[in-house]
Each structure stands twice: as C-alpha cells, then as structure tokens.
Design a protein around this ligand. Sequence first.
Ligand SMILES: CC(C)(COP(=O)(O)OP(=O)(O)OC[C@H]1O[C@@H](n2cnc3c(N)ncnc32)[C@H](O)[C@@H]1OP(=O)(O)O)[C@@H](O)C(=O)NCCC(=O)NCCSC(=O)C(=O)O
Length: 354
Amino acid sequence: MLDGIKVIDFSHYLPGPFASLRLADLGAEVVKIEPKTGDMMRKLTDDCIFEANNKNKRSIAVDLKNVQDADAVRQLISQADVVIESFRPGVMRRLRLSYEDVYALNPSIVYCSISGYGQHSRYASFGSHDLNYMALTGMLAQFKDESGRPVHPTITLADFIGSIHAVEQIVSALYARERMGKGRYIDLSLVDGLLSMMTNHIVLEHHTGQKNGIPILAGTVVSYHLYETKDGRYMALAALEAHFWRNFCAAVGKFEWYEGHLSAACDDNSLFLDMKQLFRMKTFQQWIAFSEQVDCCLTPVLETDEVKTQFANNAYRKMIHINNDQMEVATRYDEHFLRSAHVRQKSMNTNIFY
Ligand SMILES: CC(C)(COP(=O)(O)OP(=O)(O)OC[C@H]1O[C@@H](n2cnc3c(N)ncnc32)[C@H](O)[C@@H]1OP(=O)(O)O)[C@@H](O)C(=O)NCCC(=O)NCCSC(=O)C(=O)O
C-alpha cells in the first residue's frame, strides 16, 4: 500500500522504530540511521526486541557529526518521502537536519518529530520515558492494586500508542501531499497520543464527577467482570447486552439471574456472590470449553505464552508465527503480506548491522 514511499528513520528506543516498522509492513522502504555505537535498544534489552521492532528495514550506521557521513545521509533524504526522528528537541537542529534544513533539500518531505512533550513546551528540553508519560496522563492511575498503589505497568502503552499516532499522522500527511502537493512538519508528542486515550475518563469526570472511566466497563456490574476459576485462573465476562447475558444465564441454567443483568459487582449483592461461586466450580479449561459453545462474550484471561495456543483464532489469523526460527508478531493482518513479509533486506554498506 505504501510501495514506493521512502522513509529515513533516525529514531531510537521504541516509538519511532515501531512506527517505521508499521510503515515498512505497509510497503514503505525504510532506512534506519543508527549511531556507530548502535541503537540504545540493542544495549538495554535482548537482541530479539531490537529485531522485532526493526525487521523489514535497511540500516546504516553513521556518525552524524562527521561531515561526510552527514552529507551521505542528506543525499538519502533528498530522495525520501518521510523523515522520522525522536531525539530531544534541538538535537536535529544541531546536526543541521532540522525540518527547515531538510525542507531546503526536499520541500515535499513529510517530517515527523516524536518527543515526550512536544517541540516547544516548557518541558521540551527534558528527557522522558514511557513510565513518565503513563504517569502524567492519568493512564497509570487506572492500574492500581487493592490498596490504591499504582501498579508498575509491564507494557509500554505510551510508546506503542505514540507509534500508531505517528503512523496515522504520517499517512494522512502523505495523502494530503498527494492532493495539495506539499509535505509538512508533524510535531508528535507521546503524551498527547496517550492523553487522547483518556478522553472518556477526562470528559466524564469533568461533567459528572465520575472517576475511573465509564463505570459499566470498569468492573462495577456482574455481567461485565473478571471471575476467578476453580484453579485460580480468570475469565473475562463482557455480557453487556441483554441477549448475551440471557445466553449466559440460560447456558448455566440460571434463568432467575436474568433480571440482575446490570446489578452491582459488590459483595452486598447475592447474585455477585453466586456468580463468583459459579465460576469457582469449573476449571479454566472447562470455562474455555464453555466459552467456545456459548455466545455470551466470555473469554479466558490468557498469559503471553498462551495467546497463540489457547485461542485458536490467533493461530488462524497467523498474526503470531515462526519465521526462520524467529518468533514474529505481525503489525497487521493481510494474507498476502503474511506470506511474503519480513524477508530481511540487504544492508546498504559495510557499516551496517544487518
Ligand atoms: C530518549 C531520550 C530521553 C534520550 O536522551 P539522550 O540520551 O540524552 O539523547 P538525546 O536525544 O538528547 O541526544 C542524542 C545525542 O546522540 C547524538 N546522536 C544520535 N545519533 C547519532 C549519530 N548517528 N551520530 C552521531 N551522534 C548521534 C545526537 O546528536 C545527540 O547528541 P548531542 O546533540 O551532542 O546531545 C531523548 O532522546 C528523548 O526524550 N526523546 C524524545 C522522547 C522519546 O523518544 N522517549 C523515549 C521513548 S521510549 C521509552 O520510553 C522506553 O523505551 O523506555
């Protein structure tokens, strides 16, 4: 879909690389510009993480502070459609690779700067990471333990949402360029991307005082809740509509529960106690078997190593697959793409990492 689009990607860590991976998987030709010392993600974590976020791209290692290397990169940019960078604001200007510098070389460029706080805010010069963005947007406050302490997230939501936000903006800018003949600059803040996911929480609290988002989706009713099984695993029941709840009640032989569809998930409610007891009567596997028979929005809460095996649909869609002995997760479903994707491309010169 993005065949013929050339992306020069200076970004490091996760948000920019995952954005350019998505563009590569959509057909763009991506050249990753790395420092000669390597991307930080190579140093901070396992190689497989670097590979997973940078497959399907070419890569060159250059010293951007060296005049010859910088000129070679400018040459690449002059023929490119998109530039992505995610340094602290000001870095690209010092390297003489700011939007204005690049625009002078290639006025139709779509140039996306990814940062924590935007390019010009009071906080722009501060370094920052996913945990900071989660903390500053109210997102982290959504994950608390029973004593009210925030739980350290084990997924970098701001990074991933920022990547998708960047792709959305870049693809829109490319589309606008088709119609109007002009590129543009995108000032993409990871906080902004995450904040937009807090829309419902912020709006609802402002207008009604209601905390923690839409109550009916936040575990407050019996039909939309997590239940523990006999063997200590969990099932996610999301029978929001009356017909799903009816199906559930019928399948467990409890027609008398029907009226309690949206009753409170609290221990004062005998129906909730009965539901908890019911779920503790069967094992996780027995509830999985039940969930595959009854159309009631019931699913197992899977561990990471189970997502491929315990939900047949994930295997059927081939989003997770083994390619040349490497575990891969696709960025989108497309039968043709999945057959041909992820062939590692050849390096551009002798300085390359792969
Ligand atoms: C991630 C950062 C905190 C890292 O901060 P720093 O380590 O202090 O790096 P900076 O970006 O300030 O500067 C990078 C420096 O490396 C130099 N540099 C970079 N590439 C090159 C090459 N190829 N050659 C020579 N020099 C280079 C660049 O010129 C800068 O030098 P000087 O000009 O001499 O300074 C920051 O980049 C940042 O806030 N970025 C925006 C938001 C972001 O991406 N956050 C991380 C999300 S990922 C995440 O949260 C996570 O994974 O965890």
